[in-house]
Design a protein around this ligand. Structure first.
Ligand code: DGP
Length: 114
């Protein structure tokens, strides 16, 4: 998607603080962090929302999750805890239409979110 900011980050056309990358997934620091640690883990392939991800891509969704857990461990969030969130469409609070898993940690997070 030529006009997608997260595709541009995945293609290294737009700068981001990258925490992890492989052929399928890239993780980078959120520009507007909502917690002391706030990373976004995205697939390099473009899917606008979770609704567009076919069942055959369940493995890719799983890799977003396992990447987030690995990063949480590396950043010493695992023991105290952290939150993984994926927002979908307007009511879910999605603002960037390229799926992304938020990894939030480093402070006590309230529940439910607003
Ligand atoms: P969501 O509301 O779930 O769609 O979250 C989108 C997140 O993306 C939000 O926390 C801010 C972040 N974000 C938006 N634009 C950029 C950007 O250009 N770079 C980075 N690193 N993060 C961005």
């Amino acid at each position: 998607m030529s006009d997608c900011i997260f595709c541009k980050i995945a293609n290294h056309e737009v700068k981001a603080r990258i925490a992890f990358e492989n052929d399928r997934v890239i993780a980078f620091h959120d520009l507007f962090p909502a917690a002391p640690v706030h990373l976004l883990i995205i697939p390099k392939a473009h899917f606008s929302t979770l609704n567009e991800v076919p069942a055959e891509q369940a493995g890719l969704l799983g890799e977003l999750m396992t990447t987030a857990v690995q990063l949480a461990k590396e950043l010493n969030l695992a023991e105290d805890g952290y939150r993984l969130v994926m927002n979908c469409n307007a009511n879910g609070g999605q603002s960037v239409y390229h799926i992304h898993l938020h990894l939030l940690g480093g402070r006590k997070l309230t529940w439910p979110p607003g």
